[in-house]
Design a protein around this ligand. Structure first.
Ligand code: HEM
Length: 566
């Protein structure tokens, strides 16, 4: 039906159609194909978009790619406020963003329709056989085997190693800013690498190895971009990320081998690796000896895991914890410096539960007593949730609302921030009010809004440990260190770097703190107070907006006992 004529100047194509001869140049054909592709791209976007808010038209092919290159909190916020469900399209990827609490919860609790979406670089760096990429039953089964690492008994075993890290890094904090204010975002990242490595590997890893991991780790975060070049070329971000992974894996494999030896020899449990390998040995012995010989049934009958599997799992833990915990710690130190009356209350609690001894070792029972400090940590996580959104992939058409089905293969992104700033649950949601977590507050009455760690089958595995670590660390810091914050116009701007950090990277200046004076003041205050008014006046004064002395009251009661005993 078509013929091609070669002329001196251009290639001409002739189409015979219903007796007519139509002539086209190569350009006309190219433009027509392009126009068809643009129309297809646009129409498919409009069909996927349906009735939900999003750009009225898609920029041909690349969509909102440029916006996604430089994400800012303000841009995200505008998007969330545009509706409970909204959308964008980046290249061929259609993305639905859920902002409302119930929408987010529905997505996170619908494993039949969605699975966590890992950026391309994630699989390359964490390795495709990492457990975090398992889905459905296989994921649930594997995860069950890991639960034992985060029980109260297990967490108690990790505290001494954690405290040793706090001691070392607090000294470094003092030294680092002895002359002037310094940005502490990076030192906070370093202390968290060290705490993770010591918690995971105990003394099976050297200080030098930890420094090497900390030096390399940021390359892993930097490589986790939404879009990367598909082939791993030397000196690209993914290439560096993979190199960093190899460094971490080398140390973890070595630690797993040492831990296995110690546990086989019946030595005490000192870290997560020990805990896991000990459980495996117990399970194996139970299987071999059987219940017949009266062997004690292990809590979980898990299979044997190789040193590589164990190391890959800890790599996934390091990956999941590093940015989120560092973000939380940075905001926590900043917020306490900005709210000295809250810091004072934390100090009062900390010195009182230690009976005036700032060097009393941190135990799990002591952490349980840190009630006010727990409120502070929870409030900080609520106000500045490290993870704003969690991307998921839609496995099949997902009828999320009666009037809208998210198309298969789209990305759906439940937002955690909005639920945590719901004014009905958290009055004055943009203010830092630790008391809202206490008996007088409303926060604990709505557990469904607590989405800091997600929900559903992929809810954060390390949440108990993360909260315990933050409480223990800030509690200890409060009675050993004093710190001031230099506020800049960027201090409250949330910079997006995997999680969020203050845009100015948090200028602090540390100095030693002597808790003796505070302890004496508390004792003195207690003696001065007439017994019969105890509690009532303070309770009356207490309001949700003021960080008044509710804790001082209960602490003072604790003190009565101590003083009487003395
Ligand atoms: C403040 C610190 C942390 C925050 C805010 C945080 C937050 C989160 C969130 C939002 C998720 C996704 C949940 C979902 O999809 O519903 C997650 C998953 C996960 N987190 Fe955390 N996390 C923190 C610390 C940690 C730590 C310290 C560890 C380990 C030691 C850890 C291990 C994990 C793992 C393994 C997953 C994936 C679980 C799965 O897919 O089954 N996280 N975390």
């Amino acid at each position: 039906m078509g013929t091609t004529n070669v002329t001196e100047s251009a290639v001409k194509h002739t189409l015979h159609l219903f007796g007519h001869e139509l002539h086209f140049s190569g350009w006309t054909i190219c433009f027509t194909i392009l126009a068809i592709l643009i129309a297809y791209d646009q129409i498919s976007y409009q069909i996927q978009k349906g009735t939900i808010p999003g750009p009225i038209v898609k920029i041909p092919f690349m969509g909102s790619f440029l916006d996604s290159m430089k994400p800012t909190f303000e841009k995200y916020h505008t998007k969330w406020m545009s509706g409970p469900l909204s959308c964008v399209s980046v290249f061929h990827k259609f993305v639905v963003i859920a902002s409302e609490r119930e929408m987010s919860r529905k997505i996170l609790n619908s494993p039949n329709y969605v699975q966590p979406c890992v950026v391309d670089a994630g699989k390359k760096i964490l390795k495709p056989n990492n457990w975090v990429f398992l889905d459905g039953k296989a994921h649930v089964e594997y995860r069950k085997g890991l639960n034992g690492l985060f029980t109260r008994r297990a967490l108690a075993n990790y505290l001494p190693a954690q405290e040793a890290v706090y001691n070392k890094y607090f000294k470094e904090f003092l030294d680092y800013s002895k002359d002037d204010y310094k940005q502490y975002m990076i030192p906070f990242r370093d202390i968290n690498v060290a705490v993770s490595c010591r918690t995971f590997c105990g003394s099976y890893i050297s200080d030098d190895a930890i420094t090497e991991i900390a030096d390399h780790y940021w390359r892993i975060t930097a490589a986790m971009e939404l879009v990367n070049f598909p082939i791993v070329l030397p000196f690209t971000k993914i290439w560096y990320g993979i190199k960093a992974r190899d460094v971490v894996m080398k140390f973890f494999m070595n630690a797993a081998a040492q831990s296995r030896k110690n546990m086989e020899a019946g030595k005490p449990i000192t870290c997560m690796m020990d805990e896991w390998i000990h459980e495996m040995i117990e399970a194996r012995e139970y299987k071999e000896k059987g219940a017949a010989e009266g062997a004690e049934k292990p809590s979980i009958l898990i299979r044997d895991f190789s040193d590589e599997e164990i190391s890959l799992t800890f790599l996934s833990f390091l990956f999941a914890s590093q940015d989120a915990t560092s973000s939380a710690m940075t905001w926590l130190f900043q917020m306490l410096a900005d709210n000295p009356e809250v810091l004072r209350k934390v100090r009062e609690e900390q010195i009182s539960i230690r009976n005036g001894d700032p060097k009393a070792p941190i135990t799990i029972d002591l952490v349980d007593k840190m009630e006010y400090t727990r409120w502070v940590v929870k409030e900080c996580l609520r106000l500045r949730p490290p993870v704003l959104m969690v991307p998921y992939r839609v496995k099949k058409g997902f009828p999320i609302r009666s009037d809208y089905t998210i198309p298969k293969d789209s990305m759906v992104v439940p937002t955690l921030w909005c639920a945590l700033h719901d004014p009905e649950v958290f009055p004055e949601p943009d203010n830092f009010i630790p008391e809202r977590w206490g008996p007088e507050g409303t926060a604990e009455k709505s557990p469904k809004s607590w989405l800091v760690f997600g929900t559903g089958p992929h809810v954060c595995l390390g949440q108990r440990y993360a909260v315990m670590h933050l409480i223990a660390c800030i509690g200890k810091a409060s009675i050993e260190l004093d710190w001031k914050h230099k506020r800049t116009e960027d201090s409250d701007t949330q910079m997006i770097f995997a999680t969020t950090f203050p845009q100015d990277m948090c200028y602090l200046k540390f100095s030693p703190f002597d808790s003796t004076k505070l302890w004496n003041e508390l004792r003195h205050k207690k003696h001065e107070k007439p017994e019969k008014h105890e509690g009532h006046d303070l309770q009356r004064e207490q309001s949700i907006n003021t960080v008044a002395s509710s804790t001082t009251e209960s602490l003072a009661e604790g003190l009565t006992q101590t003083v009487t005993e003395a």
